[in-house]
Design a binder for this molecule. Structure first.
Ligand code: HEM
Length: 525
């Protein structure tokens, strides 16, 4: 395609093939095409703008989102304080945003069948996610949901993943310890991302990646390509020209294509390696990792579980398991540095629940961090949940309306509208959480010291209804193990206490430029 473009420009510039009248006619035709296209878009824009018969108020267009892109979730929060339901107009349809829990329950549960991922989201996500569960509807979604639900409910996976979390967190503690002893700055988000990637690889695919040690160049390349793709794919929501750029393979789309090649090579090789490993160990087929189980399934049903489909499923697990938990823990430690009393309270709870003594080594502590001890840590559970209320790992979540509908608050939804519930803004609404909505206060989740869950349509970090997150329990277990280890061994302090952290706008709530801390080993007696 690039060759065609270059030769066309060359011919234009040299006039080698075309005469002047021909070129002028061609330019005229292109101009006419652009004018017709713009007119069609403008007409549909104004038609949408005028259709305010019980339609949610219009607060802007794609251009508004583009202008506020770098602080998009805060801009949405500010808008949601004025309007609980509102919309933006894009050249092709309206994008409705909702913050009212009753509306959220309606789209996620009561009228679930009307609110799908839809072609608009699927088209944007397809290059990275393919037919993976995050970008799937209907039978494809049901198939993966069924397979994955079964996996997540097995005791084998539970025991195996707990062991993996413990051993990978022990490695993380050693790494932080080395940096702390030398009084070096710790880039915690980076370390957390590497540690959760190592864990999801072991649990998902049965391989040791060890990105934490930084020795595996290929996996670091994969991780970078993956993070950048996540950003570029999200950028497509405000980039009206992404399809043109993709067609001509230029700009961000050319970068995305390169990144996806890196990702694909990595994942296909992984599938191949796993197949080889399983062939060589025919008698040992009772594997704990998720990919082995999907591969066994694919042998029974090769037409349905192709390599491409296995790639899509595998990638969905990586994105689900890596970014969400690591990002949440990053904001959690940021909050602990801002609220040192809470940090101390947590360290005390971990000590009491495990019965561990200050002088314990990493291995001794690990043995004490049993399931029963984790279950006793209500304050830790509340602090992680409070982090997710204010900094949900998935800050906005988009659906598509299949038919005309009316929301419980009376606003009309048209067939083809996009509709997103806003987890990040919702955490900041006084009409949902009370006057102290913007304060970090784990106590709001406790009654007599016992954690009290909230409705998933009010606390939307894990979504709700039939598509509620499948990894919720898995994620809490991992985050509790990692947090308990780290607060038991270290006290954390921000390198620059005057700076307010912010996010990089993408699918997951990634802290912009990372989290830089000092860690001080807790005194050993
Ligand atoms: C703090 C951690 C996590 C948060 C906040 C979180 C949040 C979410 C959210 C908001 C969704 C809905 C996404 C959508 O449909 O657009 C989701 C779906 C999902 N999550 Fe999680 N997640 C977390 C961790 C995990 C982990 C560790 C796993 C698995 C290893 C996981 C597996 C899944 C799967 C498979 C779905 C798709 C469910 C479906 O569409 O039926 N999640 N998660």
């Amino acid at each position: 395609m690039n060759t065609l473009l270059v030769s066309t420009i060359f011919f234009f510039l040299t006039g080698f093939y075309y005469s002047l009248p021909f070129i002028l006619t061609l330019i005229g035709l292109v101009f006419l095409f652009v004018v017709v296209l713009l007119s069609v878009l403008l007409v549909s824009y104004f038609k949408e703008l005028m259709s305010n018969d019980h339609r949610p108020p219009v607060v802007g267009s794609t251009l508004t989102m583009l202008i506020h892109f770098n602080h998009l979730f805060d801009f949405m929060a500010l808008t949601a304080k004025k309007h609980h339901t509102f919309r933006f107009i894009t050249p092709t349809h309206s994008e409705v945003y909702i913050a009212n829990p009753v509306n959220v329950e309606h789209i996620l549960k009561s009228n679930f069948q009307n609110y799908t991922k839809g072609d608009f989201h699927k088209l944007i996500m397809r290059d990275l996610f393919g037919n993976g569960i995050f970008a799937a509807d209907g039978d494809i979604w049901r198939h993966q949901r069924k397979l994955a639900s079964f996996e997540f409910s097995t005791k084998v996976l539970r025991d195996f993943s707990t062991a993996v979390f413990r051993s990978n967190t022990a490695k993380l503690v050693k790494k932080v310890s080395e940096l702390a002893v030398n009084k070096q700055i710790i880039s915690l988000q980076d370390l957390l991302m590497k540690s959760t990637l190592d864990s999801i690889f072991k649990v998902g695919f049965g391989f040791d990646l060890d990105t934490l040690s930084g020795s595996d160049e290929v996996s670091i390349q994969f991780m970078t390509a993956f993070d950048d793709s996540n950003c570029i794919i999200f950028w497509r929501y405000v980039d009206l020209l992404w399809r043109v750029k993709r067609y001509f393979n230029i700009g961000s789309e050319a970068t995305l294509k390169k990144n996806i090649r890196v990702i694909d090579n990595f994942v296909y090789e992984l599938i191949e390696r796993k197949r080889e490993q399983m062939k060589n160990a025919k008698d040992d087929r009772d594997k704990e990792d998720i990919l082995s189980r999907f591969l066994i399934e694919s042998e029974k049903n090769p037409a349905n579980l192709t390599d491409q489909y296995l790639r899509d499923i595998s990638l969905s697990f990586i994105i689900a398991g890596k970014d969400t938990s690591a990002n949440t823990l990053t904001w959690f430690f940021y909050m602990l540095c801002k609220h040192t009393l809470i940090q101390e309270k947590l360290a005390l709870e971990v000590k009491e629940a495990t019965g561990a003594e200050d002088r314990y080594s990493i291995n001794e502590f690990s043995l004490k961090l049993t399931e029963a001890a984790l279950d006793k840590m209500h304050y830790l559970h509340a602090a992680l949940t409070e982090t997710l209320r204010l900094y949900p790992a998935v800050p906005l979540d988009g659906k598509h309306s299949e038919k005309d509908d009316i929301l419980p608050d009376g606003f009309k939804i048209k067939k083809g509208d996009g509709i997103s519930y806003m987890a990040y803004p919702m955490g900041r609404m006084t009409y949902i959480w009370g006057e102290d909505a913007e304060e970090f206060r784990p106590e709001r989740w406790l009654h007599d010291g016992v954690f009290q869950p909230e409705s998933p349509f009010k606390f939307t970090a894990f979504q709700g209804g039939p598509r509620i997150c499948l990894g919720k329990e898995f994620a809490y277990r991992q985050m509790k193990i990692m947090a308990a280890f780290l607060v038991f061994f270290f006290k954390f302090q921000l390198v620059d206490e005057s700076k307010e952290a912010t996010y990089r706008t993408m699918f997951t709530l990634h802290m912009d430029k990372g989290l830089h801390l000092y860690a001080f080993p807790r005194p050993k007696v």
